[in-house]
Design a binder for this molecule. Structure first.
Ligand code: ZN
Length: 130
């Protein structure tokens, strides 16, 4: 489990190193790693950690699902946009493990996507040998 504290309303948190160390500590040589968020206003994605791209991804989500768009859920919680943005993402990603390491491309990083921060968040990491 990875615990993190986000500091903005929406942000991408690069959790690749945390996930990698869990995989390393598991001692699994080959298998799969499942990284999943336990929150309905967040997501997990794999992409490149380049600052321009990071802001483009957040801007895209805001453009597709703007805050205060007359959503029914806003009557009770005022964060419908965050739930709806999360629907567009995955709540989990699966990455192969080869030779004890995550099989990621050179530019691939694992991100926790905060959509309704700042909050304390939990990301679950499961290692399945095979
Ligand atoms: Zn809500």
């Amino acid at each position: 489990m990875i615990g993190l504290r986000t500091s903005h309303k929406s942000e991408l948190v690069d959790i690749t190193e945390d996930v990698s160390s869990i995989v390393r500590d598991s001692g699994a040589d080959k298998g799969i790693c499942i990284i999943s968020t336990r929150h309905t206003t967040s997501g997990i994605i794999i992409n490149e950690n380049e600052s321009g791209l990071v802001s483009d991804i957040l801007a895209m989500l805001r453009r597709l699902v703007p805050e205060g768009g007359g959503y029914a859920h806003d009557r009770i919680d005022n964060n419908a946009h965050a739930h709806l943005q999360a629907v567009l993402l995955n709540s989990s990603v699966t990455v192969p493990i080869e030779k004890g390491s995550l099989l990621l491309g050179t530019w691939q990083r694992v991100f926790f996507v905060e959509l309704d921060g700042p909050r304390s968040r939990k990301v679950h990491v499961s290692v399945v040998r095979g």
